[in-house]
Write a protein that binds this ligand. Structure first.
Ligand code: NDP
Length: 257
């Protein structure tokens, strides 16, 4: 297992679900992980405690994304908690994972401008400006990994606006790879398929058939776990990922191939 010792990773929305899986995998490889949350400080602390119990390093910081000035507040709060973690004065970042998104289920006819604006604000505007405001602290040779979704390939009508926001994230990531390439920073998209998370619990675990039908969509015949995504992110974050950039990596267990 390649080490991430000496690297600092920031994972947005890592108090639970996929973000938690990513945070725990990066920490297991030796990275210091900043566990970000919106409101659920207790869950974020639980992730930190779990990482520390396994001899890893982590701290939590909270910042709501999706409003004016969110990226500035995000990094200001990161700085406060990073300095509280250690007085070495180092607020640099090696690995930035933009994982937060809101996924509102709207058919085209029912989509509202309020839902549309909310998803654009959280799913594309926030990561765009989080990276912009991190240009000075992102270290050369670093990694930006944006969590998109297989919906941009699958084209699911029930999440049309969400899919549009993820399409924008895909496009942003490809261009950003060119912008940050001269500094040796790779930028890639990881696109999960169906994963067993809080955001899916209402429909995935509600109906008896839903689980089986969803599992059958993967060539492996199972539903994805947050750790499946975490391992893919850790791979891109490692030194072995240095020559991979501008890519859209489907991490869906071969969903609907
Ligand atoms: P969850 O909804 O289960 O987790 C959300 C996380 O994001 C929590 O840590 C939450 O913090 C934080 N968060 C939510 N809203 C905000 C906000 N406005 N500002 C700051 N933080 C916020 O997400 P998933 O694990 O399901 O999804 C993670 C990523 O994976 C998303 O980009 C999603 O689009 C993508 N994805 C997910 C799939 C799935 O099957 N679940 C499939 C394909 C892609 P708090 O705990 O404080 O609320």
């Amino acid at each position: 297992m390649e080490t991430l010792q000496g690297r600092t990773a920031v994972v947005t929305g890592s108090s639970r679900s996929i973000g938690r899986g990513i945070a725990e995998r990066l920490a297991a490889r030796g990275a210091l992980v900043a566990v970000h949350y919106a409101r659920d400080a207790a869950s974020a602390q639980d992730v930190v405690d779990t990482i520390r119990k396994a001899d890893g390093q982590a701290f939590a910081f909270g910042a709501e994304l999706g409003g004016e000035g969110d990226a500035e507040r995000f990094w200001a709060e990161f700085d406060v908690q990073r300095r509280a973690f250690s007085d070495d004065g180092d607020t640099g970042v090696d690995i930035l994972v933009n994982n937060v998104a809101v996924a509102l289920r709207d058919q085209f006819e029912d989509a509202t401008s309020a839902d549309f604006d909310r998803m654009m604000a959280v799913n594309i505007r926030a990561p765009f400006f989080i990276v912009q405001h991190a240009l000075g602290r992102l270290r050369d040779g670093g990694r930006v990994i944006n969590i998109s979704s297989a919906v941009t390939r699958l084209g699911l009508p029930e999440v049309i606006a969400y899919g549009a926001s993820k399409g924008a994230l895909d496009s942003f990531s490809r261009i950003l790879a060119k912008v940050l390439g001269p500094r040796g920073i790779t930028v890639n998209v990881v696109a999960p398929g169906y994963v067993d998370t809080d955001s899916n619990a209402d429909w995935l675990r509600h109906d008896e058939n839903a689980w089986e039908e969803t599992a059958a969509k993967s060539v492996f015949g199972r539903v994805g776990e947050p750790e499946d995504i975490g391992d893919a992110v850790a791979l891109l974050a490692s030194d072995s990922g240095r020559w991979i950039t501008g890519q859209h990596i489907d991490v869906s267990g071969g969903t609907r191939m």
